[in-house]
Every structure is written in C-alpha cells, then in structure tokens.
Design a protein around this ligand. Structure first.
Ligand SMILES: Cc1cc2nc3c(=O)[nH]c(=O)nc-3n(C[C@H](O)[C@H](O)[C@H](O)COP(=O)(O)OP(=O)(O)OC[C@H]3O[C@@H](n4cnc5c(N)ncnc54)[C@H](O)[C@@H]3O)c2cc1C
Length: 428
C-alpha cells in the first residue's frame, strides 16, 4: 500500500491497516515532513461534529444514515483518547466538551436554531444543549456572551504531540514514512514521484488541503486558509477571572467564527479565517501570517477575554484545510483502480480523519462493516469552478459573511445577507 501524505488521514489509515494486517507493506510518501500540513498546526479540537449540511448525508440512508455517521463521529472522540492511552502518547488530551458562545442577539438566535435542528435530526440533550449566561459563566467567563451551546462530544489535544506520537507508533509497527518525497500524480495502482514510480495494490491520497497540487485534481478540493495565534501563559490571576478549568474547546457563533482552546500550559490559542483563499489554489507554503490577521485575532481574543489584554502573543501561523464544492466530507475507494482517498473535512478533520482511517481500512481490506455503510462513503462532489471564478466566488463569500457579522453586531438580528450566502454556496 502507498499512502500519499503524512497527516492524520494518512497516518491513521496506516495505523489501522497495519493493526488489522501486520504483514502488509505500507509506505507513506510525504512531500515535506510528517505533520507539515494542517495536522501539525490545527486548533486541537477533537470534535465529534463534522462538516457539510445534514441533507448531504440524509440523501444516502435518510435520517438514519446521517445519525449513524453522527454517532460514529461522537464515538471517534473516545477512540482517539483510547489510542493515545494505549500507546502512552501524551498529547494533552482532555475530553471537556465543546462550547459555542453567542456574542450578540443574532448569534443567540442561530444557536437556538442549531439546538432545535439537532432535536429534529434525532440528537438529544446529552448530545447538544443550550446553556444560559449563568450556566456558561460557571464554566468560562466570556465578555458579552448571551448564552451558549454545549456538547460533551469533543476533546482538546496538542496537535503536534498527537501527530508526533502517532507517527512514532506507525513507524514502530513497521510503516515506512518517506519524507521529502513529493508525489506529482496518482494513477491506478501507482504514485509518481520525481525519483520514480511507486506501484502498489492501493494508493491512498491523503493530501486534503494540498490536493490541488496533484495532476488532474486541481479542482477537487480548494485549500481554505486558517490562521492562529497563541498567547504567552496567562497569569494565575487572569485565569481566576476567566475560569475555563474544564478543558472545553470554545468557539463563537459568528459566520466567520473563531475557535479557541486553553492549552495545557495555560495559554490561549485562537484561530480564524485570515486571508481565506489564494488565487490558483496556492497553499501559502510555510504558513506566514499577515500582520492584519494577527491583529484581528488578537482583537477578538481580547474582546472575549479582557483579562488577556496585556499578555504577549508568542506565535502566529497559518495552514490550509480542504473544502469540496458541496462542503461535505467524503471517503472513497475504487477497487478496480486501486485508488482511495478521504478528505474535505473543512475545519473539522482531527477526529474525522480517525474515522476516515478506520473506514479506509475496511474498504481496502474488502471487509464490509458498519463503517463502510456510512453515508460519507462513495460521495463524489462536483468539481470547483475554474479560475478566476473560484477565486472571485470564495473571496466574495467571506467578504459577505464578514459584512453580515458586522451588521449582526450592530443590529442584533440574524442577517438576511448571510442566509442568502448560505443558500448560494450550499453551506447550510
Ligand atoms: C490552522 C488550522 C486549524 C485547524 N483546526 C482544527 C481543529 O481545531 N479541529 C479540527 O477538527 N480540524 C481543524 N483543522 C482541520 C484539520 O487540521 C485537518 O482537517 C486535518 O488535519 C487534515 O488532515 P490530513 O491528514 O487529511 O491533511 P494534512 O494534515 O494537511 O496532511 C496532508 C499531508 O500531505 C502532504 N502532501 C501534500 N501534497 C503532497 C504531495 N503531492 N506529495 C506528497 N505529500 C503531499 C502534506 O505535506 C501534508 O503533510 C484545522 C486546520 C488548520 C489549517
């Protein structure tokens, strides 16, 4: 087996394949170094939720299909924790749940709608529930928060520690990770590199946000940028004002939302969209972050946590995540061609890549299971538009969402503009 890309998707796939069939010969071909992509630089939300509107998955197996996928994702949060424990990987894993806070009236309306929609889809109070301002304050004090939602189905990790630990475990199991090995094209049963071709019964493409760099796949997934900053450790007095002792991952309810975690060493990491997309699906290389993005993330951090106003920002970085044209996730395998892939997680790939890895194991070993029946298997979203339409469309989408957020901040009412953009892009 040849796996292209040493991020979570590639490594989880290698891990589960090797456990199931120890005699398999598996090579991972990685253009840079293991964890160079989003897996080495994400926000550390191991979330049980996944991207794409439910209707994408309801079409395959109806509501039951969607619920099966949702339950499998919830269970995946614990599976990640179990593997970390089994291999004694210290990745700062805490299953503290997920909070989404409403910072204005419009966000509060959206969060209530989200809970109602979850009920319609068959999720109960134990999966997602509303918190009023007092209940939220008992967990974390976010300035200006009106209310929140809470789900227990999420954990926090240190992304690099998870990646490094997992890479070590798969290597110990006998998987070869070849770094500095760019693949230029995947073809039936082979991966092409400048040094030669690798032939294999299966080639698994696990390149997510970088997929457009492979010949023939330029319009399969677009690389959407996400940027992060991390503070220096906050003083104990600041933490006393903030609370946040439970390790919950935390986000707001904006259209261009931010996501945060309290790190194990007492910092706050906060991420958001930054420059959303680069013309021609360029991926931004090492991940330099525009000063304006750093300033804007800091502003949002301080607005939520005034107690962090004086703290230094230690680092800033950016990365890309993969988005398919319908914003949904897919796992797919073609036995006749020996080609498989998983991706399109949007910003929710940490847990999803684990479930995708287990699903790919069953597909590649031709062992039908409950995982191979999940409605994300075999989805084939249509391709993105050619440039410059792609660039114009994505830039316009985020510009309009930002405008909608500003309007909602002023009016407190949900923006009709955002609903139109949601409908036009098919995001909800
Ligand atoms: C800043 C940021 C924050 C995020 N925060 C979260 C979060 O908190 N929670 C969450 O669930 N998700 C988050 N995500 C998304 C999540 O990190 C990704 O969905 C997930 O890591 C994808 O894993 P992957 O292995 O599929 O892709 P990647 O981790 O991107 O790995 C792909 C690998 O393929 C390699 N590669 C690419 N092209 C080639 C080639 N041609 N030849 C050989 N190798 C190649 C790359 O170098 C890379 O190492 C975030 C993403 C970013 C960028």
């Amino acid at each position: 087996m040849a796996i292209v890309g040493a991020g979570y998707t590639g490594l989880w796939t290698a891990y589960y394949l090797k456990l199931a069939e120890p005699s398999l010969r598996i090579v991972v071909l990685e253009r840079e170094m293991a964890g160079f992509g989003a897996s080495g630089r994400n926000g550390g939300w191991v979330t049980g939720f996944f991207s794409g509107p439910p209707r994408l998955y309801e079409g395959r197996g109806g509501r039951d299909g969607f619920l099966a996928l949702q339950r499998a994702m919830f269970a995946t949060v614990d599976e990640v924790g179990r593997v970390l424990e089994r291999h004694r990987i210290d990745a700062d894993f805490i299953k503290g749940g997920q909070l989404r806070v409403a910072l204005n009236g419009a966000q509060a309306v959206r969060l209530r709608e989200r809970v109602n929609r979850a009920r319609e889809l068959g999720l109960g109070e134990r999966d997602l529930r509303a918190l009023d301002a007092t209940e939220l304050e008992q967990r974390v004090r976010v300035a200006g928060a009106r209310c929140a939602t809470f789900s227990p189905h999420a954990a926090r990790i240190h992304p690099g520690k998870l990646l490094g630990g997992l890479a070590g475990v798969v290597q110990d199991l006998g998987v070869w990770i070849h770094e500095d090995t760019p693949v230029t094209e995947v073809r039936p049963h082979e991966a092409l590199t400048p040094a030669g071709r690798v032939r294999a019964r299966w080639v698994v493409q696990a390149t997510e946000g970088y997929t457009a760099g492979l010949r023939g796949l330029e319009r399969a997934l677009v690389p959407i940028n996400s940027s992060m900053i991390i503070t220096a450790p906050l003083a104990p007095s600041a933490w006393r004002r903030i609370g946040w002792q439970g390790g919950e991952v935390l986000g707001d309810g904006a259209h261009v939302y931010v996501y945060l975690q309290r790190t194990d060493d007492g910092r706050i990491a906060i991420g958001g969209r930054g420059v959303p997309y680069r013309f021609g699906s360029r991926t931004g290389g090492a991940g330099d972050t525009a000063p304006a993005t750093v300033a804007s993330l800091r502003e949002r951090l301080v607005a939520m946590f005034p107690a962090a106003a004086q703290v230094e920002i230690d680092h800033a970085w950016s990365g890309v995540l993969g988005v398919s044209r319908d914003w949904g996730v897919s796992v797919d395998a073609h036995p006749a061609l020996g080609l498989a892939w998983a991706g399109g997680y949007v910003g929710e790939g940490v847990a999803a890549a684990n479930l995708a890895g287990r699903t790919l194991r069953d597909l590649l070993l031709a062992r039908p299971s409950s995982l191979t029946q999940l409605p994300w298997v075999g989805r084939r979203p249509r391709r993105w538009e050619p440039e410059p339409l792609r660039w114009a469309g994505i830039r316009a989408t985020y510009a309009l969402y930002r405008r909608a957020d500003r309007r909602e901040g002023r009016s407190g009412r949900p923006s009709r503009l955002a609903r139109c953009v949601d409908a036009a892009t098919g995001r909800r």
